[in-house]
Design a protein around this ligand. Structure first.
Ligand code: PLP
Ligand code: COI
Length: 342
C-alpha cells in the first residue's frame, strides 16, 4: 500500500483520524484480549467515572520513518512504565507493559501508510489513553475501564517550527506540591486550559509554571519540560523538590545525550526564576515540542531575553536537537534499547 496523500510538510499539530486504533476493555477484574478496530467512537454511560471524577490518564509518543525507510518508535517502554505509574496514582488498573508495547506495534503497523515520510518534518503521534467507563456516583474508582491507542500524523507543536517562541510566567498554578503533576493525567491539562487560552490571547506561545508552594522555582510549561544552557555551555534541568514536574521522556533522553554523547556538564537541580537571566539558552522539551527554543520569557512585563535571540536556536540547543532527532530518525547511532523497529 502507498502512503496517504497528505501535504506532509504543512500539517499542524491537529487530529487527523487514521484508519485503525487499538482497544481493550477492563471488566470483572481483567483486561480482554484487545483488538485493532476502525471504530473511532467511544460510547459511555452518563455515569461513567471519567465524566465525573476525571479518572483518566494518557501517553504520547511518536513513530518515525528513518532515513533507510524503516518505521520506528522511540523508547516506548518508558511510556508503558509511566502510564503504569499514572494508573496506579489514579486507582486505575494497570495495562501490562508488554501488552502496551505490543499494542503500540500493532496500531502503528496497521497505520503504516500514515507515517509521514522521512524528511517531511512530520511524524506519527501515538496517543494511548485509559479512562473509567464504569458507573460511579459516590466518589470512588470505577470498576470498568477502556485502554485505547490511536494515531494522528502531526507537524510542529508550535507555529513556526523551530523558530524561538516567547513564553510568560503564569499567574496560575499547574500542580500542587505532592499532587498529580508527576503523572500524565488529563486533570492536569484541564486546569491549564484557561491559562493557555489567556496566554495565547496575550500573544505568548506557552506558560511557564512556578512551584505552587513558594512561586520561586521554575517547574515546566503546560505541555513540556524546560532545559537551560549556562554561559559555559552546560545544561541545567529544573528539578522539583515537591515532585510536581512530569518526568519527561524527552528530557531524560536529552540528559543522557548531553552527558554521554556530547560530553556536556549537566546539572539537575531546583532552578529559581531569579537566576534564569544568567542562562544563555532555553528550550521546551517533550514528545510534541521536541526541543522548541525560547527566545524570551515575559515575567509580568519584565522581559528576560536569552542571548540566543529570536531568530534561531542557540548553538547548544541546536546540537542537542540535531543529536536527539538524529537518533530518532536513524542518522545518529542510538543508545542500546532506545529504538524499536516496527
Ligand atoms: N510535561 C508535560 C506537562 C507534558 O504534557 C509533556 C508531554 O508529554 C511533557 C512534559 C514531555 O514529556 P515527554 O517528553 O515524555 O513527552
Ligand atoms: C506530548 O508531548 O506527548 C504531550 O502529551 C503534550 C501535549 C501538549 C500534546
Amino acid at each position: 500500500m502507498a502512503k496517504k496523500e497528505l501535504d506532509w510538510s504543512n500539517i499542524g499539530f491537529t487530529y487527523i483520524p487514521t484508519d485503525y486504533r487499538y482497544v481493550s476493555n477492563f471488566k470483572d477484574g481483567k483486561w480482554d484480549d484487545g483488538e485493532i478496530t476502525t471504530d473511532s467512537k467511544v460510547v459511555l454511560s452518563e455515569d461513567s467515572g471519567v465524566l465525573h471524577y476525571a479518572q483518566e490518564c494518557f501517553e504520547g509518543l511518536k513513530a518515525y520513518e528513518t532515513k533507510d525507510g524503516k518505521i520506528v518508535t522511540f523508547r516506548p517502554d518508558l511510556n508503558a512504565s509511566r502510564m503504569k505509574d499514572s494508573a496506579a496514582r489514579l486507582e486505575m488498573p494497570q495495562f501490562p507493559e508488554e501488552r502496551f508495547l505490543k499494542a503500540v506495534e500493532e496500531v502503528v503497523a496497521a497505520n503504516k501508510d500514515w507515517v509521514p515520510p522521512y524528511g517531511s518534518g512530520a511524524t506519527l503521534y501515538i496517543r494511548p489513553v485509559m479512562f473509567a467507563t464504569g458507573n460511579v456516583i459516590g466518589v470512588k474508582p470505577a470498576d470498568e475501564y477502556q485502554f485505547r491507542i490511536f494515531c494522528t500524523p502531526v507537524g510542529p507543536y508550535f507555529k513556526g517550527g523551530a523558530k524561538p517562541i516567547v513564553v510568560k510566567i503564569s499567574d496560575f498554578d499547574r500542580a500542587a506540591p505532592h499532587g498529580t503533576g508527576n503523572i500524565k493525567a488529563g486533570l492536569n491539562y484541564a486546569m491549564s486550559l484557561h491559562a493557555i487560552v489567556t496566554a495565547h490571547e496575550e500573544g505568548f506561545a506557552e506558560n511557564v509554571y512556578l512551584d505552587a508552594e513558594s512561586r520561586t522555582y521554575i517547574e515546566e510549561t503546560g505541555g513540556a519540560n524546560i532545559i537551560f544552557v549556562t554561559k559555559d555551555g552546560g545544561l541545567v534541568v529544573p528539578k522539583s523538590h515537591t515532585d510536581s514536574i512530569l518526568p519527561s521522556i524527552t528530557r531524560r533522553s536529552i540528559v543522557t545525550v548531553a552527558r554521554d554523547i556530547l560530553g556536556l556538564n549537566v546539572e539537575e537541580r531546583p532552578v529559581k526564576l531569579s537566576e534564569v537571566e544568567n542562562f544563555t539558552e532555553m528550550g521546551l522539551c517533550g514528545t510534541a515540542a521536541v526541543i522548541s527554543p525560547v527566545g524570551k520569557i515575559n515575567d509580568h512585563g519584565k522581559e528576560i531575553c536569552f542571548a540566543s535571540g529570536m531568530d534561531e536556536m542557540g548553538p547548544v540547543i541546536k546540537k542537542l536537537y540535531d543529536t536527539l532527532t538524529g537518533i530518532q530518525m536513524g542518522s545518529v547511532e542510538a543508545p542500546e534499547g532506545w529504538i524499536h523497529e516496527i
